[in-house]
Write a protein that binds this ligand. Sequence first.
Ligand code: UDP
Ligand code: MG
Length: 316
Amino acid sequence: MEAPIIWFVIPCYNEEQVLPETSGLFEEHLCSLIKEGLVSSKSRICFVNDGSSDDTWDIISELAKEPLFEGISLSRNQGHQNALLAGLMEAKNHCDAAISIDCDGQDDILASRSMILSFRDGAEIVYGVRSNRDTDTRFKKMTAEAFYKLLSSLGVDVVFNHADYRLMSKKALIALSQFKEVNLFLRGLVPLIGLSSDTVEYERAPRMAGESHYPLKKMLSLAIDGITSLSTKPLHLISMTGIIASALGIIGIIWSIATALTGHSVAGWSSVICAICLLGGLQLLCLGVIGEYIGKIYLEVKERPRYLIAERTYHE
Ligand code: UDP
Ligand code: MG
């Protein structure tokens, strides 16, 4: 087999602190892969500047003067998932396989060697799976694991402890390009492609510098996106709750009429308040969930572009 052209796709948002450090690691690693004959010398490291407000794009443009680096810059900040998609869609026109990886050095770049070996053995998608979560805070560990469990109980096929470090062949990338949704949750979409897949374990290190762009609020919204864009089970649960609540309501009505008729009725203030509070709360919750889905439909029907590329360091 001829050595494949591999593109490393690396989204960057305000990463001026880490880029100078990690770009060297990426370059060193790619050079050694090329030297080993495992990948073609046409392989590239492609940074995606996700509308950074600091010097990230200047650093990328400077790096791109060297042969192994390329970069694209989005017109504004579109979020990690869209930036990743932009990079992958660019890569698909140039490479045999693309590897997506974070730019902060948290994903062990050395694991990509096993991914490439697995790709050369015929896998179309190779998932990077964290072997442990020792470097996470207890809170992040617990919420992340609960989230994966919740997703799978809602019928969403996700790879446990896999984030967005993965290899996708050109074939898988072309398949991904046919998914047109605006609400992106790549780690839920990619398993839907099917094709042959494999997993590679790696240890996730702490960030080399700078700060995480995933505070609790963004993590929650990614989680809600993940659930609502891949599963309609919450809507089904609402209908079931509605059926149970109505059944209880009918029993309550029969009971209250019966007590009134037999003359045992008392001033039932607390039971009335309880019923109102419970049902009121339930109704608002259900409306909220339905609203989430309607909001998603609204965003989808507009079919706005998921990203716009403002600049490239190479010709298309
Ligand atoms: N990122 C991005 N756009 C954003 C937020 C993050 O492209 O709006 C990139 C970021 O530069 C990094 C990756 O996504 O390469 C993961 O982000 P981060 O390390 O902040 O998240 P964490 O590892 O803490 O989950
Ligand atoms: Mg990170």
